[in-house]
Ligand binder design. Structure first.
Ligand code: PEP
Length: 490
């Protein structure tokens, strides 16, 4: 894979619009770094086949499995039709599924305890917050609700109940079954929906371990107000964060979403943990081939806020223009990253400084100096598990970062880290050769794969190998000199 100019990572959700090998290929060529499998839809068999297709298409793209969590949904509607609910009308909402299905006068939210949890004047929302319903009264077996904001309703549309005190346990029974399957499927990441505390994340971690997998990295989806209250403990035990604005933007007031986005991104960046901004980034492109100006601004601003990755949902899963969507996202994110102000690294030191992080900070300064002196160059981090790459990336140095790793898994995981171009280096014994030979081999491989060229400088970080003394090594080299030292001496 040649050097990717766009440092911002793109996640594309797969679905009927994108699950063929030819579309997968085009999506990767257009800039996708990670594919998201949404476990709210489809069967295990379908997901297994999809993973095979992905791996056959590209062996290094990352895979993120997103488990559904306690998503509340409306029941079925007559003849699977969609109905319009108009502002001002009333509807009856039952807790038990209706035998003939719902319509525009009544429907079900088949969730035990739903009725009891609601009282007069509470609100709830259907279909990503489009329909807003106010409870007028609670009867024996149903609620009477008034439509405050209208729209289309149909089978299984999502429901949000910010005011209800319903217990929403994570993971659900379905999630647990999915996790057993996912442990075997072995994607790089699992995204956990509707997390409310650090314990939810730890429970999922334990389950995966019990199912025999302790490698999968966990991304907590932030989509409930309680997750904002408990954000610090969630971040501490998670490997990354997704700002799931679809549900979050319904559960909290939409005017709060931008500031929450900025705050969460900053906290993730400080810890050097990947953060994803998700949902409605190019929503209009589900049906039209070009984005709105507001959508272009949204992606641009998420990049300026400091996100590692931006995500597409319906756009690539069921949309008419999956490839165009990725192309636009790539272009907008790339332009934004070229215009992002340079970070002051002092603002991004975490409270728990490690040697590697301190070197990441210093590498930012070195890269800035090189840029000012007009030295062409890149940063090369030689890493086993990717920690060194994250500790450099979090300071957003002004040079591209190449991460050379002996592990295929690390290379795939690093596809989620901003500015990092992962390379899997095979056929060298990473653990036996001395530091100097490792640097030489890595630089040569970087040149062979088109990621480094001989007329540039390279800042190298070699992380915590088993030297005589454990430690990290930083150096500044000229690539041509490493390739042919004798020639350059002459
Ligand atoms: C979201 O709510 O923004 C989200 C990403 O979750 P899902 O698409 O699973 O509803």
């Amino acid at each position: 894979m040649p050097f990717n100019e766009n440092p911002i990572k793109i996640i594309a959700t797969l679905g009927p619009a994108s699950d063929s090998k030819s579309v997968l290929r085009k999506l990767i060529d257009a800039g996708v770094d990670v594919f998201r499998l949404n476990f709210s839809h489809g069967t295990h068999e379908e997901k297994g086949e999809l993973v095979e297709k992905i791996r056959e298409t590209d062996n290094y793209v990352g895979i993120l499995a997103d488990i559904q969590g306690p998503k509340i949904r409306v029941g079925k509607f007559k003849d699977d039709q969609a109905y319009i609910l108009n502002v001002g009308q009333t509807v009856k909402i039952f807790e038990n599924e209706l035998e003939d299905g719902g319509d525009d006068t009544q429907f079900a939210i088949p969730l035990p305890g739903f009725l009891k949890s609601m009282k007069k004047d509470d609100y709830f929302y259907v279909n990503d917050g489009i329909i807003k319903i106010k409870v007028k009264s609670r009867e024996r077996d149903h609620l009477v609700g008034e439509i405050i904001a209208g729209g289309l309703i149909s089978n299984n549309k999502g429901v949000n109940i910010p005011s209800g005190d319903l217990e929403q346990k994570v993971p659900t029974e379905k999630d647990i079954k999915d996790l057993e399957f996912i442990a075997d499927l072995n994607p790089e990441y699992v995204a956990i929906s509707f997390v409310s505390s650090g314990d939810d994340v730890l429970t999922v971690k334990k389950l995966l371990e019990n199912y025999g997998n302790n490698e999968i990295k966990l991304i907590a989806k932030i989509e409930r107000p309680i997750a904002l209250d408990n954000f610090d403990q969630i971040l501490e035990v998670s490997d990354g964060i997704m700002i799931a604005r679809g549900d979050l933007g319904v559960e909290i007031s939409p005017d709060q979403v931008p500031i929450v986005q900025k705050q969460l991104i900053y906290k993730c960046n400080k810890e050097g943990k990947p953060v994803i901004v998700a949902t409605q980034m190019l929503e209009s492109m589900t049906n039209t081939p070009v984005p709105t100006r507001a959508e272009a601004n949204d992606i641009f601003n998420a990049v300026i806020d400091g996100t590692d990755a931006v995500m597409l949902s319906a756009e690539t899963a069921v949309g008419k223009y999956p490839i165009n969507s990725v192309e636009y996202m790539n272009k907008i994110a790339s332009t934004a990253s070229q215009n992002a102000p340079l970070r002051h690294p002092d603002d991004y030191d975490s409270d728990r400084l490690t040697h590697t992080q301190t070197l990441g900070h210093a590498i930012h300064s070195l890269a800035k100096e090189m840029e000012e002196l007009n030295f062409r160059g890149k940063i090369l981090v030689i890493t086993r598990r990717g920690y060194g790459a994250r500790m450099i990336s979090k300071f957003r140095p002004p040079l591209p970062i190449i991460a050379m790793t002996p592990f295929k898994r690390t290379a795939r995981e690093l596809h989620l880290i901003r500015g990092v171009q992962p390379i899997h280096i095979e056929n060298i014994d990473f653990f036996q050769i001395d530091a100097e030979s490792l640097i030489e081999e890595s630089v040569k491989y970087g040149v062979e794969t088109g990621n480094l060229d001989e007329n540039e400088h390279v800042i190298i970080l070699l992380v915590s190998r088993k030297f005589q003394r454990r430690g990290n090594l930083v150096g500044l080299y000229y690539v041509g000199e490493i390739l042919s030292p004798e020639e350059s001496k002459a």
